[in-house]
Design a protein around this ligand. Structure first.
Ligand code: GDP
Length: 317
């Protein structure tokens, strides 16, 4: 892809968008366009249309979304459906109307059925029922990828959809009301260590299995697809290996150096029993994730400490 392409990164303050900006800046892309939420409300169709009308964008990376962990999804289905559908329909349609030839839409591995054969291949989409704790988000994301496919076939665009597995990394959400399991455990273990708490509570039975991808790997996969001119289709992005929530909690406790006991609260939902992506489609094209989980968690914990300590200092001062 041309290094002078004008690339709009939607959602550049989020975990995925900020990783995309770092990756593209580091590789010489010089014409990145970003807008904060207050400059451009992506749920407002009129604002989105006028932005695309004026901005002369070549490529859109659609990383703006309402995201959250198992509790946020389960308790705010209206918000997850409305905001994600509004962002997708506004941005994809306005991009098409402004003749944007290339767009990358970011979804999630939770679009796949609850009891999918593992590892999950792209073609298992809509083969059986979804996991109820995140079906609002999943349905919105399925609509987004179907829109990309439909615009490609009806209007000749080149819009591609990436389905990353559970992500983690810098700029993650550590608020316990909305966070996913990995940032939640990093924060809980850190706070339990500081408080010298004898136990740390992990939600669910600890048995569900999840796969974790560092967001910098997702950004690298995105650049790979753009530079290899892959214009269409759905691609899983993961590492191809999973672990149980119990193993994850033990790993986080080790890295954070929390030495108390892990207690499992089975009154909290487990969600889908396993989510492991088949990553052979991207692998066959020559891309693989490279960040090891333990190294990635250790780096993420450093980042968490830097931000958390800054916040603590600010609230104490
Ligand atoms: P999911 O992958 O869509 O199910 O979303 P999450 O990342 O929120 O949760 C993954 C699994 O981790 C579920 O089985 C949760 O019950 C479990 N889990 C354990 N402790 C926590 C926690 O403190 N926060 C969250 N969000 N999940 C947790």
């Amino acid at each position: 892809m041309d290094k002078h392409a004008r690339i709009y990164v939607a959602g550049h303050r989020g975990m995925v968008g900020s990783a995309l900006v770092r990756e593209l800046n580091a590789h010489g892309y010089r014409d990145l366009v970003t807008r904060t939420h207050s400059e451009l409300d992506l749920t407002d169709q009129h604002e989105v249309n006028s932005f695309f009308h004026d901005a002369r964008i070549d490529v859109v990376l659609l990383a703006a979304a309402r995201v959250g962990g198992i509790m946020a999804n389960a308790t705010q289905p209206a918000r997850f459906l409305y905001e994600n559908l509004a962002i997708e329909t506004n941005v994809i349609h306005a991009a098409y109307r402004a003749s944007v030839a290339r767009l990358v839409f970011f979804g999630s591995s939770c679009i796949y059925p609850k009891l999918c054969p593992q590892p999950i291949r792209e073609e298992y989409l809509l083969s059986s029922a979804l996991e109820p704790t995140n079906d609002a988000y999943a349905i919105a994301k399925i609509a987004g990828l179907k829109m990309c496919n439909a615009y490609n076939s009806e209007y000749g665009t080149h819009y591609v959809s990436l389905m990353p597995t559970n992500l983690y990394g810098p700029n993650d959400n550590y608020d316990p009301r909305g966070s996913h399991v990995l940032p939640a455990l990093i924060r809980k273990a850190h706070e339990a260590k500081i408080a010298r708490a004898p136990t740390l509570t992990v939600w669910g039975t600890g048995a569900p299995r999840r796969e974790f991808l560092h967001v910098d790997d997702l950004a690298a996969a995105t650049r790979f697809l753009l530079e290899h001119d892959v214009g269409e289709g759905v691609y899983n992005v993961g590492v191809g290996e999973d672990l149980s929530i119990r193993e994850l909690a033990e790993c986080v406790a080790r890295i954070v150096d929390y030495r108390g006991e892990l207690v499992f609260d089975a009154t909290k939902p487990d969600g889908t029993p396993q989510k492991l992506l088949d990553v052979s489609r991207l692998a066959s094209m020559g891309w693989r994730a490279s960040i090891d989980l333990e190294d990635g968690i250790a780096k993420t914990y450093e980042d968490f400490c830097a931000h958390h300590c800054a916040l603590e200092a600010a609230s104490n001062g």
